[in-house]
Design a protein around this ligand. Structure first.
Ligand SMILES: [Fe+2]
Length: 188
């Protein structure tokens, strides 16, 4: 089946009432908050879209079902596979790397783990835990290292109960417009 922007909108529409696993916000609110933080930070359109869609692997793999720890492990790779043909590496790579970025931050900044939500700390073990020094150095050389770290920081901040100053339809319209803008300038 050809995966398209219409599928993405449908997934986030379904996710508008679904609570993000173990957190206090819906998947749609989490995605919108993350995209909004990227936009406020002056991120490129690609990174704004990556921020919006970073958890799409969860929604695609398990539409309507609770997200388990086992499912958490592969969602970044799955999401990037879905997004690369549509929007290119500037969107798919930060998505693929956002779990690795969490492992990197836990390994390099002692204060970071203390700020993670209980659910995010719990899933860390299933995601592979800390990185070795060599793994950290490898990651720092990655072309999308900086973007992955930025996305991760916004991801962690996007669990705010009650922060959704927009209707569901307007949020989906924003997402559709952003996808169109990125697709228009995407050279794969
Ligand atoms: Fe997330």
């Amino acid at each position: 089946m050809h995966f398209s922007s219409a599928h993405i909108i449908a997934l986030y529409q379904q996710a508008s009432h679904r609570i993000h696993s173990g957190e206090h916000v819906t998947h749609l609110a989490h995605a919108w908050q993350c995209g909004r933080l990227a936009e406020k930070s002056g991120a490129s359109l690609e990174l704004q879209l990556a921020s919006w869609l970073h958890d799409i692997g969860h929604l695609w793999a398990h539409p309507g079902a609770p997200v388990t720890d086992a499912a958490v492990k592969g969602h970044a790779a799955l999401g990037s596979k879905l997004l690369e043909p549509l929007f290119g590496l500037a969107v798919s790579e930060p998505v693929r790397l956002h779990v690795l970025a969490k492992r990197y931050l836990v390994s390099t900044r002692p204060s970071y783990a203390r700020k993670l939500s209980p659910q995010s700390l719990k899933s860390l073990t299933h995601q592979g835990g800390h990185l070795s020094e060599d793994e950290c150095a490898d990651f720092e050389r990655h072309a999308f290292f900086a973007e992955a770290i930025q996305l991760r920081v916004w991801d962690d901040l996007s669990q705010k109960d009650g922060w959704f100053e927009i209707t569901i339809q307007d949020a989906l319209d924003q997402l559709e417009g952003l996808m169109q803008s990125v697709a228009d300038q995407c050279v794969t």
